[in-house]
Each structure stands twice: as structure tokens, then as C-alpha cells.
Design a protein around this ligand. Structure first.
Ligand SMILES: [Fe+2]
Ligand SMILES: [Fe+2]
Length: 298
């Protein structure tokens, strides 16, 4: 690789691994606060500056994300990926495929992607959640295979937000949006932008990432609650910060409690003991077969 190419590559990958974003989320939204009401939390959060807790690599990651996630970029990625003609594979094959994503971090302490998925699912199972809920936990991050197809980290993970309208100051690191070309486009900088009041999130283009992509892969096979959990699990400005209510509709209000219910399984299910993939495989293969055909288009 030329020096220029490797410089471009490393500047595209400020995070050592994708988990660094999720570790930062755990600090931003600590577990002891998870069950408290948003009203109680607002006061507390005002006194806490997540910027101070963020590693420089995380800030750099959000700078890239907020700079490059434009309305046009999102349309281009939708054209590129939503025809679902990249690969055909089963859910379990996609889990194995995602697991080939090599993390640069210490393999002894960090969970592999498949282990994160199994732990989230096992926690939901231990809580007697419905079978579709457990399955949703199992698959929720499979969209991260975008990384294996050459997408930079900032186009795969990170909090998501609507494009094509004014940015909320409740999006993490909102100050980086001044670098986004859309910031200079008056039609994208009103509260509603290209959207109508309370048009519903279904009609809103979100910044591109693993949530939106996986939603399109699985949308014909799961109940609406599961699809909302998948599609909006990284939309922290909505499900944690209550922003963008001028764009949501009644259907979104119905789904919000489910998106919130899912969040602790994503953020706080990392147990010390790693789940045994081989032991758990029969249970999960049966569960997958209840909802999905043997092969899906990716
Ligand atoms: Fe995720
Ligand atoms: Fe996750």
C-alpha cells in the first residue's frame, strides 16, 4: 500500500475497532441511569460533559461522520446497497461473515462481533423476552458487514440522525456539523427541511449506517417492533434525548418503548464469560428458521 493510501485508510478509521464507539456510549449513558426517567436525567446530564470523557479517536470519528453524512451521500448509499445484490447468505452465515471483521484491539479482552450478538440475545432470553425479541438481539448488528465491503467506520457505526433538515443540538458533538456541506444549504437547514411536519420516521432519510441497511435486508420477516429496534437502535438523539419529535408520528410513538427496551441488551449485556457459539448454535438456528428463509439477499 502506498503511503498516501495507508494515510487515507487510517484517517478513515480513527477508532481502533467498532467497539470503541459502543464503549463511549456506555460512558455517555451509564447503566445506573438506564431505568431513570428522561426528566430526572436531563438535570444530571447538564453537568456532565461527554466531550471530556471521549478519547480523541472518538471525537475524530464523529468529526468525519458529521462532515461526510450529507443528504446526497445517503441517497448514493441507498442506490448502492438497497438493491440487495451483493451476496446471498443465511442469517447464521452472515454472523460468521461479520465475525471475519478483524479488530485491531486485544483479542483476549474484547468480544468478537458474534459474541456480542449472542450475549445480547442470551440476556433477552434470560429475561423471558418474546422469541422475536431474542432473535432481534441476535441479528441487530449484522449490518456492520458494510465494513467488510469497504465502507469507512463513519458510514457504518455512530449515532444516527436525520439528513435533509436542521441538525438538533442534542446530536452528539453537534459543533462538527458546520463542516457538513449541507450546513450551507438553506433548504436543508430549516426544522422540517425536505420533510412535512410529523411525517413519520419511515419518510425521513437517516444518516447511513448498519441500522438502515439491515432493516432493508430483514423487513419482510419480522414484526414492526423488531424492525423499529433494528432501524433506530443508533438513533440516540430520538430514543435517549427526545429530539426530532416534530418529524415523528403516532406509529413512531408506539415503537419508541420497544427501541428503548432493546437498548440495555445492546449496551450492558457484556458479561465476563464469553458465550459458547457451538453450544448455543442449535437453539439459535431453530429460532432463525422460525422467521427467516434459508437464504437472504444482502
Ligand atoms: Fe448497532
Ligand atoms: Fe450492538
Amino acid at each position: 500500500m502506498s503511503d498516501q493510501a495507508s494515510a487515507a485508510r487510517s484517517s478513515d478509521r480513527p477508532l481502533e475497532d467498532l467497539d470503541q464507539w459502543e464503549e463511549f456510549l456506555q460512558k455517555r449513558y451509564p447503566e445506573e441511569e438506564a431505568s431513570q426517567t428522561i426528566a430526572t436525567l436531563k438535570d444530571k446530564r447538564q453537568f456532565r460533559d461527554y466531550r471530556k470523557e471521549a478519547r480523541p479517536s472518538v471525537a475524530q470519528f464523529y468529526k468525519l461522520n458529521h462532515t461526510h453524512q450529507t443528504y446526497d451521500f445517503v441517497q448514493q448509499k441507498k442506490r448502492q446497497y438497497l438493491s440487495l445484490d451483493k451476496k446471498r447468505m443465511s442469517i447464521w452465515e452472515a454472523m460468521a461473515y461479520l465475525n471475519t471483521l478483524v479488530d485491531d484491539s486485544d483479542p483476549d479482552t474484547d468480544m468478537s462481533q458474534i459474541e456480542h450478538l449472542l450475549q445480547a440475545a442470551e440476556s433477552a432470553r434470560a429475561d423471558n423476552q418474546p422469541r422475536w425479541f431474542i432473535l432481534t438481539c441476535l441479528i441487530h448488528d449484522l449490518g456492520k458487514i458494510l465494513c467488510l465491503w469497504g465502507e469507512p467506520q463513519w458510514a457504518v457505526v455512530g449515532d444516527t440522525f436525520p439528513v435533509g433538515c436542521a441538525y438538533s443540538d442534542r446530536v452528539v458533538f453537534p459543533e462538527f456539523f458546520v463542516n457538513n456541506p449541507d450546513y450551507q444549504e438553506p433548504r436543508y437547514q430549516t426544522d422540517f427541511g425536505v420533510y412535512k411536519e410529523n411525517c413519520g420516521l419511515d419518510n425521513v432519510h437517516m444518516s447511513w449506517g448498519h441500522d438502515e441497511y439491515l432493516y432493508h435486508v430483514v423487513k419482510d420477516h419480522l414484526p414492526p417492533e423488531a424492525l423499529a429496534m433494528i432501524r433506530y437502535h443508533s438513533f440516540y438523539p430520538w430514543h435517549k434525548e427526545e429530539a426530532y419529535s416534530h418529524l415523528t408520528n403516532e406509529a413512531d410513538h408506539q415503537m419508541l418503548p420497544w427501541v428503548r427496551k432493546f437498548n440495555p441488551y445492546d449496551l450492558y449485556s457484556k458479561a465476563a464469560e464469553k458465550p459458547s457459539v457451538e453450544k448455543l448454535k442449535p437453539f439459535y438456528q431453530e429460532l432463525i428458521a422460525e422467521y427467516f428463509p434459508g437464504e437472504l439477499r444482502w
